[in-house]
Design a protein around this ligand. Sequence first.
Ligand code: PGA
Length: 228
Amino acid sequence: MNKLILANFKSNKSVVNTNLWFEKFLKNVDTSVLNKLDVSVAPSFVALTMVKKLVDESGKNVTLSIQDISSFPAGSYTGAISGQNLSGLKIKYAIVGHSERRKYFGETSHDVALKVGQSLQNGTTPVLCVDTEYLDEQLGLIDREELEKCVVAYEPISAIGNGKNADVGTVREVKEKIKRIAGNVPVIYGGSVDEFNINEYLMVSDGVLVGTACLDADQFIRVLEVVS
Ligand code: PGA
């Protein structure tokens, strides 16, 4: 498996700015760099349709992902974005249970387990975010069969968005723990990953989630280019 590099725009950027980012990124990123990795970008939902066109036209090896998915199927759930809403967009990964969803939107491990199910039912691989405090609870709430189809992201809350990236040894230990519980699933790391530290994390994991360091297209290209 190629290393997964998943860029999360969070709720940054207008549709216009998201398009500008993709235009610049797709024009300047080296095809050979993309081909040795699994690069996916999660912009806001409202930009997905426009951005998909740019990505398809470029023919470059980049996929689209989403930052969340409804815990419910299609139906009377005002404001929710269901898997069905997204069909046809070829979404590769759905980030589920990000700590910001837990903190600001009150998401529980139970909600997240439902999101894993919705994501899989719609042919999208869940990237299940966990921190050590609720790792056991979260993994325990997901059927083994579903868990084996997930990517698990170790995302220590203390390392997100603040430049205080986690100790690499700890990332290795947590990865081993996740694999003991969930089986041989891909485990990625997220938290202040940038072009200076990415290689350390890729040595002990199957990929990374990148927030801040992906917001500028040139910086994100540098992050990809340094991967050795
Ligand atoms: P960060 O965000 O790179 O800004 O720390 C990572 C994340 O939230 O996944």
